[in-house]
Design a protein around this ligand. Structure first.
Ligand SMILES: [Zn+2]
Length: 100
């Protein structure tokens, strides 16, 4: 996945899994380029808070589980760790850690 596909500097919104501002919009089943989580709006409430609900778009993982995997592997599943943005590419994206 190439960072150029994303409009850096535009109004990106925060991913529910990795906490990077990496999505063009929410609720459209977009795949996050940082963690590869498919944005499942059912897994967050209107404030973007993480809820412990299984995501059928993401192999029935919850965001809690996916967030733990992201910290460990750099992607929500280890098998995606080779295709997500590199640490260097991520530096261009806004990041705000949420403690959930
Ligand atoms: Zn993400």
């Amino acid at each position: 996945m190439k960072l150029a596909e994303y409009e850096i500097g535009s109004q990106l919104v925060q991913c529910g899994c990795c906490d990077y501002y990496s999505l063009v919009e929410r609720g459209k089943c977009l795949i996050c380029p940082v963690c590869y989580w498919e944005d499942d709006y059912d897994c967050t409430n209107e404030n973007g808070l993480v809820l412990d609900i299984k995501s059928d778009l993401n192999n029935d993982f919850t965001l809690v589980e996916a967030r733990e995997n992201f910290k460990r592997y750099g992607a929500w599943l280890e098998k995606f760790s080779g295709i997500v943005l590199s640490e260097e590419e991520r530096k261009n994206l806004k990041y705000e850690q949420r403690n959930v």
